[in-house]
Design a protein around this ligand. Structure first.
Ligand SMILES: [Zn+2]
Length: 270
């Protein structure tokens, strides 16, 4: 079990496998149909370039001058070399890009200090763990993707259906939400009452999942009264998943019965 469909991650740009992205114009559609990989700007999801049999084709004017384009191009080139035998270690991206962007937005790290939370690095690659409730690709750290697959199968055996509300989220995605709200005149403090501070979410690690069950609204406290939640409380730990934000957690984060995080130490040999 597990998937070989990988997302290659760089600080500013994601390298998506072909076949998963929707075209936004006829021109895009023709390119995406032939693309084996697509370079996508994390900040706003824009497609920058497509790798087609003839080479890398720009999808935005001056795509090559985008910050981080060269890093992404080199990452793509390295990934296309023949794979070495054995398990490739999945590393973490440096936090320097995040720190620069937090500074530029005027978001200091007072939030982390107050909440007792560290900045969470992004992994260098993620694995397709199926699709979420909204039919969007669900990306997780490869080991977490396997654990999620096993967890769902085990739940089904007990007639419990688990679905994913969301998995991996990049720093830039979260920063993009802040940028757009700041541009509309909201203050950082106002935004923080609704959106998590970029950089501090477990979702950045590719280990965290918001879990739901059919006919239940996403990310609501009422999830704790479902058979799905009861099943998770009894069984999730055996698959390496724990609830990160129980009631009265020390981080001052609201109770999130839907948010579960995979930790390798507890993982079963599956
Ligand atoms: Zn969550």
């Amino acid at each position: 079990m597990g998937s070989d469909v990988l997302l290659l991650n760089t600080p500013a740009i994601e390298i998506w496998p072909g076949g998963l992205l929707h075209a936004r114009s006829n021109h895009d559609a023709r390119l995406l149909a032939r693309a084996t990989q697509v370079l996508r700007r994390k900040r706003d999801g824009r497609y920058l370039a497509a790798l087609v049999p003839g080479g890398l084709v720009a999808m935005l004017p001056n795509a090559q001058r985008e910050p981080g384009f060269e890093t992404a191009r080199i990452t793509l080139e390295q990934a296309r070399r023949p794979q070495r035998v054995g398990i490739e270690r999945i590393g973490e991206l440096p936090l320097s890009h995040l720190r620069e962007r937090l500074d530029a937005l005027g978001l200091d790290d007072g939030y982390g200090a107050r909440a007792g939370l560290p900045l969470v690095p992004e992994p260098t690659r993620l694995s397709l763990a199926g699709f979420d409730r909204y039919r969007r690709p669900l990306w997780l750290l490869p080991q977490a993707a396997r654990a999620w697959a096993h967890l769902r199968v085990a739940a089904l055996r007990d007639d419990v259906v688990l679905d994913a509300i969301s998995g991996y989220r990049s720093h830039d995605y979260q920063l993009g939400i802040f940028e757009r709200k700041l541009a509309r005149g909201q203050s950082v403090d106002e935004i923080l009452t609704v959106n998590a501070a970029p950089g501090y979410s477990e979702h950045h690690s590719g280990r965290a999942l918001d879990i739901g069950t059919p006919d239940e609204p996403p990310a609501e406290e009422s999830f704790e009264r479902t058979p799905a939640f009861d099943w998770l409380r009894r069984n999730a730990a055996a698959y390496g998943f724990t609830m990160s934000y129980p009631r009265d957690n020390p981080h001052g984060i609201v109770y999130e019965p839907w948010h579960w995080c995979w930790h390798d130490a507890a993982a079963p040999a599956a």
